[in-house]
Ligand binder design. Structure first.
Ligand SMILES: Cc1ncc(COP(=O)(O)O)c(C=O)c1O
Length: 450
């Protein structure tokens, strides 16, 4: 029975986060001030982030200690299990060994609390009273509501309107943990009012919600802003998953040939894959695949250059793969993967060919999700289904070649709040959507030449 689920002992939670910048120093590119377009210093970021997180953002140490207070909260659900997906392997008839790291067991149902708890703690220590943020699918908002609640902070969530309407229970969850939630764009901020005037029917986007949350933090003394992905410190906090998985693969006597994660802003994939980068740099043959939707193809069809993180050009410019900050993705159900940009560290590693980007259509992803649910039992989040699709595709390739590869993927969350998307899939109401080249070209025209 043990070979189905590999558990670490309770004290198996890593005591340090792994920082990939320690091994790939030139992956660290400076953010630029949105006004002057010169490298932004800590003082430029101070209106929206506390000093301790700014320091982490710019840190190049290979290892960073995890404070005891954070470990105590992570211990509510960590270490998470690594499962061997034997029933899925059997259903596919593949010689491959498929493993998944199960982040769906966290209180909010995804990997997001790994950084929400850490960010709430660092803000608390810095004397911050209230945190503003945006959320797409609602996973990040609920994770931050949980984290801030535990550390006694107020939480204000700007939730992308289309998700707010599609996922009323994510909102209820955030309320239960004590957060305030509004559908974005709102009429509460200058950015929101401006967008509503220009685009009265907009479904909203992460870029818009970020503008609102940043404005909220920048205009209030008691408030700082928190981002659930993209930034270096967020990716750092997520490395607990990859570090645990490495120990678990060792316990199983295996070493992954392929590691896979879905990619929105890049945090769950980076957290899982980056701890394997030193092995790859040392010559081990590990394929690392980040999977994005065809309808939001940031790495596979975007450009690697400086762009704003939000629609209203309030954030610093980041060097990243981007589809243009004015990009409004179609209403596909993988709400958490609808962002125009990509984590600068993930982008840099794609640029260096250390990691590889792939894209998939949503219907093929839902097919994979249903096959996974019917073999392994867990109903995955639509975002996670992108990783499952590629894991299955890799395993089917092994079936053709006869290679018994070891394939590991991160199950970033469960889909219990996404059942309307499953209903739409079963009713044949989902459509595959390829973002038109002209729309990308139009949004790219707004990207500054830096
Ligand atoms: C379950 C789940 N997986 C993946 C993502 C994508 O984010 P990231 O690429 O930062 O992991 C999200 C974002 O909301 C999510 O909710």
């Amino acid at each position: 029975m043990d070979s189905y689920r590999i558990n670490l002992p309770a004290d198996g939670i890593p005591r340090k986060w792994y920082n990939v910048v320690g091994d790939v120093p030139d992956a660290l590119t400076p953010p630029l001030h949105p006004g002057t377009r010169q490298p932004a210093g800590p003082e430029d970021l101070a209106p929206i982030f506390p000093a301790n997180l700014i320091e982490q953002e710019m840190c190049s140490d290979r290892w960073v200690d995890i404070p005891e207070e954070i470990l105590q909260v992570l211990a509510l659900w960590r270490p998470t299990p690594l499962h061997r997906a034997r029933r899925l392997e059997e259903a596919l008839g593949t010689p491959a060994h498929i493993y998944y790291k199960n982040e769906s067991v966290s209180p909010a149902g995804s990997h997001k609390p790994n950084t929400a708890v850490a960010q709430a703690y660092y803000n608390k220590v810095a004397g911050v009273k209230r945190i503003s943020t945006e959320t797409g699918a609602g996973q990040w908002g609920s994770a931050l509501a949980f984290g801030t609640g535990l550390f006694g902070l107020e939480c204000m969530v700007y939730m992308v309107r289309v998700s707010f309407e599609q996922k009323p229970y994510r909102k209820s969850l955030m309320h239960t943990w004590g957060a305030n939630v509004l559908p974005s764009p709102t009429d509460q901020t200058n950015a929101g009012r401006k967008i509503r005037e220009e685009m009265p029917d907009t479904p909203g986007s992460l870029g818009m919600a970020i503008s609102e949350a940043v404005e909220d933090a920048a205009t209030r003394e008691d408030t700082k802003y928190a981002l659930g992905s993209v930034l270096n410190h967020v990716l750092l906090h997520q490395t607990v998953t990859g570090l645990e998985a490495k120990q678990q693969f060792e316990m199983a006597g295996e070493s992954p040939d392929v590691v896979i994660g879905c990619v929105g802003g890049g945090s769950n994939f980076a957290g899982f894959a980056f701890p394997f980068v030193p092995d790859k740099l040392a010559g081990q043959d590990i394929k690392m695949i980040g999977v994005e939707p065809e309808s939001c193809p940031t790495m596979t069809r975007g450009e690697y250059r400086y762009d704003y993180g939000d629609t209203e050009k309030m954030t610093p410019l980041l060097k990243m793969h981007t589809l243009g900050h004015t990009f409004v993705p179609p209403k596909i159900h993988s709400g958490g993967l609808r962002y125009h940009g990509m984590a600068p560290l993930v982008s840099a590693l794609v640029d260096k060919n250390i990691i590889e980007a792939q894209k998939r259509h949503q219907i093929a992803c839902f097919e994979a999700a249903v096959q996974f649910a019917r073999t392994e039992g867990i109903v995955p989040a639509p975002e996670s289904s992108h990783a499952i699709r590629v894991a299955i595709d890799e395993a089917l390739e092994c079936k053709k070649t006869g290679e018994p590869k070891v394939i590991g993927f991160l199950l970033s969350g469960h889909g219990h709040f996404d059942m309307s998307a499953y209903d739409a899939f079963f009713a044949d109401k989902l459509e595959d959507y390829v973002y038109p080249e002209e729309a990308i070209a139009k949004a790219m025209k707004t990207v500054p030449n830096v």
